[in-house]
Design a protein around this ligand. Sequence first.
Ligand code: NAD
Length: 291
Amino acid sequence: MTGAERFLVTGALGCIGAWVVRRLVRENVPVVAFDSGGDARRLRLLMDDAELSRVDFVQGDITNLSLLQETLDRHRVTHIIHLAALLHPQFKMDPALGARVNVLGGVNLFEAVARRGRQIRRIVYASSIAVYDKSDADDAAAVTHLTVGHPTTLYGVFKQAEEAMARVYFQDREVSSIGLRPATVFGAGRDYGLTAAPTQAILAVARGLPFDIPYSGRSHLHYADDLAAILVASAREIPRRGGVQHTRHHRTDARCSRGHRSCRAPRGERSPSTDRCCHCPKTTTRAHWKA
Ligand SMILES: NC(=O)c1ccc[n+]([C@@H]2O[C@H](COP(=O)([O-])OP(=O)(O)OC[C@H]3O[C@@H](n4cnc5c(N)ncnc54)[C@H](O)[C@@H]3O)[C@@H](O)[C@H]2O)c1
């Protein structure tokens, strides 16, 4: 742990949030768990009472800007992992509610951080692979993180809006952020929605019961604790920037001439998909990369 770190996790009572909170608590990092819900069952699946007692809970709505600001100030937050959201199909009957939480909630957070100058070093937020449609894949059936997405659900549209606001807040107000686009997350606490099926299948197998996953096709699966580790590492990564990446492209083997590992998706065998090394931001030539 870095001495002065204090993390705010929004959506901390959700599946991914619970794994992030557990990871931070086990690193002895002060963590504020912000969520509109009051049911800590997913945290209880992962942590004992002693660990839970080290978490500061704030029950509140991400759409409430003044509460967010008060929370950031009261707890002198330095890093944010933003996971509060309504998932598909939670807002099917009320799309405006989905927009309020997933878009306005994001604007609130970025605005609150922008108003605090450099107090908060980074927002890491979960976008989603739902920013893409199947037709966005190239001939090799893959999208790079720079592929322009054409989402076919409102959920994907809201995620795309969040990515765009992150870019603009970096450009206009220097708010540093990293967005990750996970595919399907599995692990304890993944307990509702269609894509909870892989978790339910694992549980059924452990109990010796049959289970049919009610969909088919290719999909990436991320273990929730692996994703939590990537979210926390992204929050600590320097330098400041405002990018978004596929989760599976977070690490590649490409290295620049100074030995930095690329954070970018590889294009072909050798060079990353962008000329810019994220660790050497002033270096913009392809020659910077090792052949
Ligand atoms: N689970 C996946 O497979 C997956 C895949 C890609 C992206 N994501 C993204 O990761 C993030 C977390 O996903 P999850 O699976 O943990 O979801 P989840 O539904 O388990 O958790 C979301 C949490 O946000 C909270 N929340 C909802 N509205 C709120 C509000 N207005 N204010 C404060 N808190 C609020 C909920 O109470 C819940 O605890 C979301 O942004 C989601 O879109 C998830």
